[in-house]
Design a protein around this ligand. Structure first.
Ligand SMILES: *Cc1c(COP(=O)(O)O)cnc(C)c1O
Length: 414
Protein backbone atom coordinates (compact mmCIF):
# COMPACT_ATOMS: atom_id res chain seq x y z
CA UNK A 1 0.00 0.00 0.00
CA UNK A 2 1.36 3.41 -0.86
CA UNK A 3 2.44 6.03 1.64
CA UNK A 4 3.03 9.76 1.94
CA UNK A 5 6.83 9.81 2.20
CA UNK A 6 7.95 10.86 -1.25
CA UNK A 7 10.87 12.53 -3.00
CA UNK A 8 10.39 15.89 -4.68
CA UNK A 9 13.38 17.02 -6.72
CA UNK A 10 15.56 14.55 -4.83
CA UNK A 11 14.47 15.72 -1.35
CA UNK A 12 12.42 13.45 0.90
CA UNK A 13 9.14 14.87 2.20
CA UNK A 14 6.87 13.67 4.99
CA UNK A 15 3.51 14.67 3.52
CA UNK A 16 4.13 18.38 2.71
CA UNK A 17 7.16 19.01 4.92
CA UNK A 18 10.81 18.39 3.96
CA UNK A 19 12.20 15.70 6.28
CA UNK A 20 15.36 17.77 6.70
CA UNK A 21 13.30 20.61 8.20
CA UNK A 22 11.70 18.21 10.69
CA UNK A 23 15.10 16.75 11.62
CA UNK A 24 16.41 20.28 12.29
CA UNK A 25 13.37 21.15 14.36
CA UNK A 26 13.08 17.98 16.47
CA UNK A 27 16.60 16.48 16.30
CA UNK A 28 17.60 12.92 15.42
CA UNK A 29 17.07 10.01 15.73
CA UNK A 30 13.47 10.84 14.93
CA UNK A 31 10.39 8.78 14.17
CA UNK A 32 7.99 10.42 11.73
CA UNK A 33 4.45 9.19 11.15
CA UNK A 34 2.05 10.28 8.43
CA UNK A 35 -1.54 11.01 9.36
CA UNK A 36 -2.72 10.67 5.75
CA UNK A 37 -1.08 7.25 5.44
CA UNK A 38 -2.53 5.93 8.70
CA UNK A 39 -5.96 7.22 7.71
CA UNK A 40 -5.74 5.70 4.26
CA UNK A 41 -4.68 2.29 5.55
CA UNK A 42 -7.47 2.21 8.12
CA UNK A 43 -10.00 3.13 5.41
CA UNK A 44 -8.67 0.52 2.98
CA UNK A 45 -9.51 -2.07 5.62
CA UNK A 46 -12.96 -0.76 6.47
CA UNK A 47 -13.93 -0.31 2.81
CA UNK A 48 -13.85 -4.03 2.20
CA UNK A 49 -15.96 -4.86 5.26
CA UNK A 50 -19.64 -4.54 6.12
CA UNK A 51 -20.98 -1.96 8.56
CA UNK A 52 -21.29 -4.53 11.40
CA UNK A 53 -17.74 -5.84 10.96
CA UNK A 54 -14.92 -4.36 12.99
CA UNK A 55 -11.29 -3.37 12.61
CA UNK A 56 -9.49 -3.68 15.92
CA UNK A 57 -6.10 -2.09 15.31
CA UNK A 58 -3.36 -4.06 17.07
CA UNK A 59 -2.03 -1.57 19.60
CA UNK A 60 1.32 -3.28 20.09
CA UNK A 61 2.41 -2.42 16.53
CA UNK A 62 2.55 1.30 17.38
CA UNK A 63 0.99 2.41 20.62
CA UNK A 64 1.77 6.12 20.58
CA UNK A 65 -1.18 8.10 21.95
CA UNK A 66 -1.13 10.37 18.89
CA UNK A 67 -1.54 7.36 16.60
CA UNK A 68 -4.18 5.72 18.81
CA UNK A 69 -6.21 8.91 19.14
CA UNK A 70 -6.18 9.39 15.38
CA UNK A 71 -7.47 5.84 14.86
CA UNK A 72 -10.05 6.25 17.64
CA UNK A 73 -11.40 9.35 15.86
CA UNK A 74 -11.72 7.32 12.66
CA UNK A 75 -13.87 4.84 14.60
CA UNK A 76 -11.33 2.06 14.92
CA UNK A 77 -11.57 -0.64 17.53
CA UNK A 78 -8.43 -1.92 19.26
CA UNK A 79 -6.73 -5.23 19.93
CA UNK A 80 -4.79 -5.06 23.19
CA UNK A 81 -2.44 -7.52 24.88
CA UNK A 82 -1.93 -5.97 28.34
CA UNK A 83 -3.50 -3.85 31.03
CA UNK A 84 -1.08 -1.09 30.02
CA UNK A 85 -2.38 -1.11 26.46
CA UNK A 86 -5.94 -0.93 27.81
CA UNK A 87 -5.09 2.29 29.65
CA UNK A 88 -3.43 3.70 26.53
CA UNK A 89 -6.55 3.09 24.45
CA UNK A 90 -8.75 4.70 27.11
CA UNK A 91 -6.36 7.67 27.38
CA UNK A 92 -6.52 8.06 23.59
CA UNK A 93 -10.32 8.19 23.64
CA UNK A 94 -10.92 4.68 22.27
CA UNK A 95 -14.34 3.08 22.75
CA UNK A 96 -14.07 0.20 25.28
CA UNK A 97 -16.93 -1.61 23.55
CA UNK A 98 -14.67 -1.91 20.49
CA UNK A 99 -11.74 -3.47 22.35
CA UNK A 100 -10.74 -7.12 22.08
CA UNK A 101 -8.36 -8.27 24.80
CA UNK A 102 -5.78 -10.76 23.50
CA UNK A 103 -2.63 -12.06 25.15
CA UNK A 104 -1.82 -15.28 26.93
CA UNK A 105 -1.12 -14.13 30.45
CA UNK A 106 -3.85 -11.77 31.54
CA UNK A 107 -3.74 -11.12 35.28
CA UNK A 108 -6.80 -10.98 37.55
CA UNK A 109 -6.25 -7.21 37.82
CA UNK A 110 -6.22 -6.79 34.03
CA UNK A 111 -9.44 -8.79 33.86
CA UNK A 112 -11.15 -6.76 36.58
CA UNK A 113 -10.34 -3.50 34.86
CA UNK A 114 -11.37 -4.74 31.41
CA UNK A 115 -14.71 -5.99 32.79
CA UNK A 116 -15.26 -2.72 34.61
CA UNK A 117 -14.81 -0.64 31.43
CA UNK A 118 -16.78 -3.15 29.33
CA UNK A 119 -14.54 -4.54 26.59
CA UNK A 120 -16.12 -6.27 23.60
CA UNK A 121 -14.43 -9.59 24.23
CA UNK A 122 -11.64 -11.50 25.98
CA UNK A 123 -9.64 -13.76 23.68
CA UNK A 124 -8.83 -16.76 25.85
CA UNK A 125 -5.68 -18.81 25.30
CA UNK A 126 -5.76 -21.52 27.99
CA UNK A 127 -8.03 -23.36 30.42
CA UNK A 128 -6.48 -21.79 33.56
CA UNK A 129 -7.00 -18.35 32.03
CA UNK A 130 -10.62 -19.20 31.28
CA UNK A 131 -11.21 -20.39 34.84
CA UNK A 132 -9.58 -17.29 36.30
CA UNK A 133 -11.73 -15.02 34.14
CA UNK A 134 -14.85 -16.90 35.20
CA UNK A 135 -13.94 -16.45 38.86
CA UNK A 136 -13.17 -12.72 38.43
CA UNK A 137 -16.43 -12.16 36.55
CA UNK A 138 -18.49 -13.96 39.21
CA UNK A 139 -16.82 -11.94 41.97
CA UNK A 140 -17.70 -8.72 40.14
CA UNK A 141 -21.22 -9.94 39.37
CA UNK A 142 -20.57 -9.59 35.65
CA UNK A 143 -20.70 -11.79 32.59
CA UNK A 144 -17.41 -11.91 30.68
CA UNK A 145 -17.75 -12.09 26.88
CA UNK A 146 -15.25 -14.65 25.57
CA UNK A 147 -13.82 -16.02 22.42
CA UNK A 148 -11.31 -18.85 22.35
CA UNK A 149 -8.12 -18.34 20.44
CA UNK A 150 -7.65 -21.52 18.50
CA UNK A 151 -4.36 -22.66 17.11
CA UNK A 152 -5.20 -24.14 13.69
CA UNK A 153 -1.73 -25.65 13.10
CA UNK A 154 -1.04 -23.90 9.81
CA UNK A 155 2.31 -22.66 8.64
CA UNK A 156 2.17 -18.90 8.12
CA UNK A 157 5.41 -19.13 6.10
CA UNK A 158 6.91 -16.16 7.88
CA UNK A 159 9.89 -15.66 10.22
CA UNK A 160 9.82 -18.28 13.04
CA UNK A 161 9.76 -15.53 15.73
CA UNK A 162 6.52 -14.15 14.30
CA UNK A 163 4.77 -17.45 13.47
CA UNK A 164 2.08 -18.17 16.03
CA UNK A 165 -0.28 -20.75 14.53
CA UNK A 166 1.81 -23.91 14.63
CA UNK A 167 1.39 -26.73 17.14
CA UNK A 168 4.75 -25.94 18.74
CA UNK A 169 3.86 -22.25 19.35
CA UNK A 170 2.82 -21.04 22.80
CA UNK A 171 -0.31 -19.31 21.48
CA UNK A 172 -3.92 -20.42 21.51
CA UNK A 173 -5.62 -23.74 22.13
CA UNK A 174 -5.14 -26.67 19.77
CA UNK A 175 -8.11 -26.55 17.44
CA UNK A 176 -8.73 -30.28 17.88
CA UNK A 177 -9.46 -29.67 21.59
CA UNK A 178 -11.44 -26.49 21.07
CA UNK A 179 -14.85 -28.23 20.90
CA UNK A 180 -14.42 -29.63 24.43
CA UNK A 181 -13.18 -26.33 25.76
CA UNK A 182 -16.15 -24.45 24.33
CA UNK A 183 -18.36 -26.96 26.15
CA UNK A 184 -16.54 -26.21 29.40
CA UNK A 185 -16.85 -22.47 28.77
CA UNK A 186 -20.58 -22.91 28.17
CA UNK A 187 -20.89 -24.51 31.62
CA UNK A 188 -19.13 -21.65 33.42
CA UNK A 189 -21.64 -19.16 34.75
CA UNK A 190 -19.40 -16.10 34.60
CA UNK A 191 -18.72 -16.45 30.86
CA UNK A 192 -20.72 -15.76 27.76
CA UNK A 193 -19.40 -17.22 24.51
CA UNK A 194 -19.35 -14.66 21.72
CA UNK A 195 -16.68 -15.64 19.25
CA UNK A 196 -13.77 -17.61 17.88
CA UNK A 197 -10.38 -16.07 17.41
CA UNK A 198 -7.31 -17.06 15.47
CA UNK A 199 -4.07 -15.22 14.67
CA UNK A 200 -1.45 -17.29 12.91
CA UNK A 201 1.46 -14.91 12.60
CA UNK A 202 2.74 -11.64 11.27
CA UNK A 203 4.17 -10.36 7.98
CA UNK A 204 2.23 -12.94 5.93
CA UNK A 205 2.72 -12.36 2.23
CA UNK A 206 0.39 -15.05 0.84
CA UNK A 207 -3.34 -15.67 1.08
CA UNK A 208 -3.22 -19.44 1.48
CA UNK A 209 -2.30 -19.64 5.20
CA UNK A 210 -5.18 -17.28 6.08
CA UNK A 211 -7.60 -19.40 4.05
CA UNK A 212 -6.31 -22.70 5.44
CA UNK A 213 -6.83 -21.34 8.95
CA UNK A 214 -10.29 -20.05 8.04
CA UNK A 215 -11.37 -23.45 6.69
CA UNK A 216 -10.47 -25.07 10.00
CA UNK A 217 -12.18 -22.33 11.97
CA UNK A 218 -15.36 -22.63 9.89
CA UNK A 219 -15.46 -26.40 10.46
CA UNK A 220 -15.32 -25.67 14.16
CA UNK A 221 -18.08 -23.02 13.94
CA UNK A 222 -20.29 -25.55 12.17
CA UNK A 223 -19.67 -28.33 14.66
CA UNK A 224 -20.21 -25.98 17.60
CA UNK A 225 -23.49 -24.87 16.02
CA UNK A 226 -24.59 -28.51 15.85
CA UNK A 227 -23.75 -28.83 19.54
CA UNK A 228 -25.92 -25.80 20.32
CA UNK A 229 -23.12 -23.25 20.79
CA UNK A 230 -23.74 -20.22 18.61
CA UNK A 231 -20.76 -18.10 17.55
CA UNK A 232 -21.47 -14.42 16.91
CA UNK A 233 -18.14 -13.28 15.57
CA UNK A 234 -15.07 -14.61 13.81
CA UNK A 235 -11.91 -12.76 14.76
CA UNK A 236 -9.32 -13.62 12.12
CA UNK A 237 -6.48 -11.74 13.79
CA UNK A 238 -3.93 -9.60 12.02
CA UNK A 239 -0.84 -10.65 10.16
CA UNK A 240 -1.11 -9.11 6.71
CA UNK A 241 2.40 -8.23 5.54
CA UNK A 242 3.87 -5.04 4.13
CA UNK A 243 6.62 -4.36 1.61
CA UNK A 244 10.04 -3.93 3.23
CA UNK A 245 12.07 -4.85 0.17
CA UNK A 246 10.21 -6.51 -2.70
CA UNK A 247 7.50 -8.54 -0.96
CA UNK A 248 4.09 -8.46 -2.65
CA UNK A 249 1.52 -9.16 0.09
CA UNK A 250 -2.15 -9.40 -0.85
CA UNK A 251 -4.17 -6.23 -0.29
CA UNK A 252 -6.78 -6.09 2.49
CA UNK A 253 -9.41 -6.07 -0.27
CA UNK A 254 -8.09 -9.32 -1.76
CA UNK A 255 -7.93 -10.92 1.67
CA UNK A 256 -11.46 -9.82 2.63
CA UNK A 257 -12.92 -10.91 -0.71
CA UNK A 258 -11.36 -14.37 -0.41
CA UNK A 259 -12.61 -14.70 3.16
CA UNK A 260 -16.14 -13.57 2.32
CA UNK A 261 -16.31 -16.12 -0.49
CA UNK A 262 -15.43 -18.92 1.94
CA UNK A 263 -17.85 -17.60 4.56
CA UNK A 264 -20.76 -18.02 2.15
CA UNK A 265 -23.97 -16.89 3.84
CA UNK A 266 -22.80 -17.52 7.39
CA UNK A 267 -24.08 -14.71 9.60
CA UNK A 268 -21.04 -14.07 11.81
CA UNK A 269 -19.58 -10.60 12.29
CA UNK A 270 -15.97 -10.39 11.08
CA UNK A 271 -13.22 -8.85 13.18
CA UNK A 272 -9.66 -8.20 11.99
CA UNK A 273 -6.74 -7.13 14.16
CA UNK A 274 -4.31 -5.51 11.69
CA UNK A 275 -1.24 -3.81 13.11
CA UNK A 276 1.64 -3.82 10.66
CA UNK A 277 -0.55 -3.29 7.57
CA UNK A 278 -1.94 -0.08 9.11
CA UNK A 279 1.16 1.37 10.78
CA UNK A 280 4.13 -0.23 8.99
CA UNK A 281 4.73 2.08 6.09
CA UNK A 282 3.07 5.03 7.84
CA UNK A 283 6.39 5.66 9.63
CA UNK A 284 10.06 6.29 8.96
CA UNK A 285 13.14 6.58 11.16
CA UNK A 286 15.42 9.54 10.43
CA UNK A 287 19.02 9.38 11.56
CA UNK A 288 22.17 11.44 11.09
CA UNK A 289 25.51 10.05 9.91
CA UNK A 290 28.02 10.69 12.69
CA UNK A 291 31.21 9.07 11.48
CA UNK A 292 32.36 7.30 8.32
CA UNK A 293 34.85 4.60 9.13
CA UNK A 294 36.50 2.32 6.61
CA UNK A 295 38.43 -0.81 7.55
CA UNK A 296 40.17 -3.30 5.28
CA UNK A 297 36.97 -5.35 5.06
CA UNK A 298 34.13 -2.87 5.32
CA UNK A 299 32.85 0.68 5.15
CA UNK A 300 30.88 1.59 8.25
CA UNK A 301 28.49 4.52 8.45
CA UNK A 302 28.05 5.13 12.17
CA UNK A 303 24.66 6.81 12.68
CA UNK A 304 22.88 8.24 15.72
CA UNK A 305 20.09 5.62 15.67
CA UNK A 306 21.01 2.22 17.09
CA UNK A 307 19.53 -1.15 17.97
CA UNK A 308 17.93 0.38 21.06
CA UNK A 309 15.89 2.60 18.69
CA UNK A 310 15.33 -0.04 16.03
CA UNK A 311 15.82 -3.69 16.91
CA UNK A 312 14.11 -5.34 13.91
CA UNK A 313 17.33 -5.97 11.93
CA UNK A 314 19.08 -7.50 14.97
CA UNK A 315 16.08 -9.42 16.29
CA UNK A 316 14.67 -10.87 13.09
CA UNK A 317 17.43 -10.23 10.59
CA UNK A 318 14.83 -7.90 9.06
CA UNK A 319 15.71 -6.07 5.87
CA UNK A 320 14.50 -2.47 5.74
CA UNK A 321 15.25 0.02 2.98
CA UNK A 322 17.65 2.84 3.83
CA UNK A 323 17.98 5.90 1.60
CA UNK A 324 19.48 9.37 1.70
CA UNK A 325 17.13 12.18 2.75
CA UNK A 326 18.83 14.36 0.12
CA UNK A 327 19.54 12.38 -3.03
CA UNK A 328 21.32 15.27 -4.76
CA UNK A 329 24.55 14.71 -2.84
CA UNK A 330 27.92 14.90 -4.61
CA UNK A 331 29.45 12.22 -2.39
CA UNK A 332 30.68 9.15 -4.30
CA UNK A 333 28.48 6.05 -4.09
CA UNK A 334 29.94 3.32 -1.88
CA UNK A 335 28.70 0.20 -0.14
CA UNK A 336 28.11 0.80 3.57
CA UNK A 337 27.11 -1.08 6.69
CA UNK A 338 24.85 1.36 8.51
CA UNK A 339 25.51 0.79 12.21
CA UNK A 340 24.70 2.33 15.60
CA UNK A 341 27.04 3.06 18.49
CA UNK A 342 25.78 0.37 20.86
CA UNK A 343 28.40 -2.11 22.04
CA UNK A 344 27.05 -5.15 20.19
CA UNK A 345 28.01 -6.45 16.78
CA UNK A 346 24.30 -7.07 16.22
CA UNK A 347 23.81 -3.31 16.30
CA UNK A 348 23.12 -2.49 12.67
CA UNK A 349 20.28 -0.93 10.71
CA UNK A 350 21.35 -2.36 7.37
CA UNK A 351 24.31 -4.06 5.74
CA UNK A 352 25.89 -3.62 2.33
CA UNK A 353 23.81 -0.61 1.28
CA UNK A 354 24.79 1.52 -1.69
CA UNK A 355 24.66 5.13 -0.50
CA UNK A 356 26.08 8.52 -1.38
CA UNK A 357 26.86 9.98 2.05
CA UNK A 358 29.11 12.28 4.02
CA UNK A 359 29.33 12.88 7.77
CA UNK A 360 26.40 15.02 8.92
CA UNK A 361 24.04 13.74 6.19
CA UNK A 362 20.61 12.40 7.04
CA UNK A 363 19.49 8.87 6.26
CA UNK A 364 16.04 7.40 6.49
CA UNK A 365 15.00 3.87 7.29
CA UNK A 366 11.66 3.16 5.64
CA UNK A 367 8.63 1.17 6.79
CA UNK A 368 9.44 1.93 10.43
CA UNK A 369 5.91 2.64 11.66
CA UNK A 370 5.23 -0.78 13.20
CA UNK A 371 7.22 -2.86 15.71
CA UNK A 372 9.89 -0.17 15.69
CA UNK A 373 9.68 2.63 18.27
CA UNK A 374 7.53 0.36 20.48
CA UNK A 375 10.42 -2.10 20.80
CA UNK A 376 12.96 0.55 21.68
CA UNK A 377 14.89 0.37 24.93
CA UNK A 378 17.32 2.39 26.99
CA UNK A 379 20.25 0.02 26.46
CA UNK A 380 23.57 1.83 26.80
CA UNK A 381 21.64 4.57 28.69
CA UNK A 382 20.34 6.00 25.47
CA UNK A 383 17.13 8.00 25.65
CA UNK A 384 14.37 6.91 23.34
CA UNK A 385 13.79 8.94 20.17
CA UNK A 386 11.16 11.63 19.66
CA UNK A 387 8.02 10.75 17.70
CA UNK A 388 6.30 13.27 15.45
CA UNK A 389 3.01 12.93 13.59
CA UNK A 390 2.90 14.89 10.34
CA UNK A 391 -0.41 16.16 9.01
CA UNK A 392 -0.12 18.00 5.68
CA UNK A 393 2.13 20.98 6.38
CA UNK A 394 1.73 20.69 10.17
CA UNK A 395 3.74 18.56 12.57
CA UNK A 396 2.86 17.45 16.09
CA UNK A 397 5.37 16.21 18.65
CA UNK A 398 3.51 13.13 19.95
CA UNK A 399 6.33 11.90 22.16
CA UNK A 400 9.18 13.93 23.56
CA UNK A 401 12.74 12.73 23.24
CA UNK A 402 13.86 11.14 26.54
CA UNK A 403 16.49 13.00 28.53
CA UNK A 404 19.13 11.46 30.77
CA UNK A 405 17.11 12.76 33.74
CA UNK A 406 14.13 10.73 32.47
CA UNK A 407 16.34 7.65 32.37
CA UNK A 408 17.64 8.05 35.92
CA UNK A 409 14.22 8.75 37.42
CA UNK A 410 13.23 6.05 39.88
CA UNK A 411 16.75 4.77 40.49
CA UNK A 412 18.59 5.18 43.79
CA UNK A 413 22.24 5.22 44.80
CA UNK A 414 23.20 3.19 47.86
C1 LIG B 1 0.54 -8.94 16.99
C2 LIG B 1 -0.87 -9.35 16.89
C3 LIG B 1 -1.70 -8.83 15.89
C4 LIG B 1 -1.21 -7.88 14.83
O1 LIG B 1 -0.40 -8.51 13.89
P1 LIG B 1 0.10 -7.72 12.60
O2 LIG B 1 0.99 -8.68 11.93
O3 LIG B 1 0.81 -6.51 13.08
O4 LIG B 1 -1.10 -7.36 11.80
C5 LIG B 1 -3.04 -9.20 15.90
N1 LIG B 1 -3.52 -10.05 16.84
C6 LIG B 1 -2.74 -10.58 17.79
C7 LIG B 1 -3.35 -11.51 18.78
C8 LIG B 1 -1.41 -10.27 17.86
O5 LIG B 1 -0.63 -10.81 18.80
Amino acid sequence: MSNHFEYRDGLLYAEDIPVEELANQYGTPLYLYSRATLTRHYRVWTECLSEEDMICYSVKANSNLGVLSLLAKLGSGFDIVSGGELERVLAAGGDPARIVFSGLGKTAEDMQRALEVGVHCFNIESIPEMELLNQVALEQGQLAPVSIRVNPDVDAKTHPYISTGLKENKFGIDISQAGDIYQRAADLEGLSIVGIDCHIGSQLTELSPFLDALDRVLDLVDSLGEAGIQIEHLDLGGGLGVTYESETPPSPAELCAAIKTRMGDRPQQLIFEPGRSIAGNAGILVTEVQILKSTEAKNFAVVDAAMNDMIRPSLYGAYMNITEVNQNSNSPEKVWDVVGTVCESADFLGKDRKLKIAEGDLLVQHTAGAYSFVMSSNYNTRGRAAEVLVDGNQSHLVRERETVADLLRGEHVL
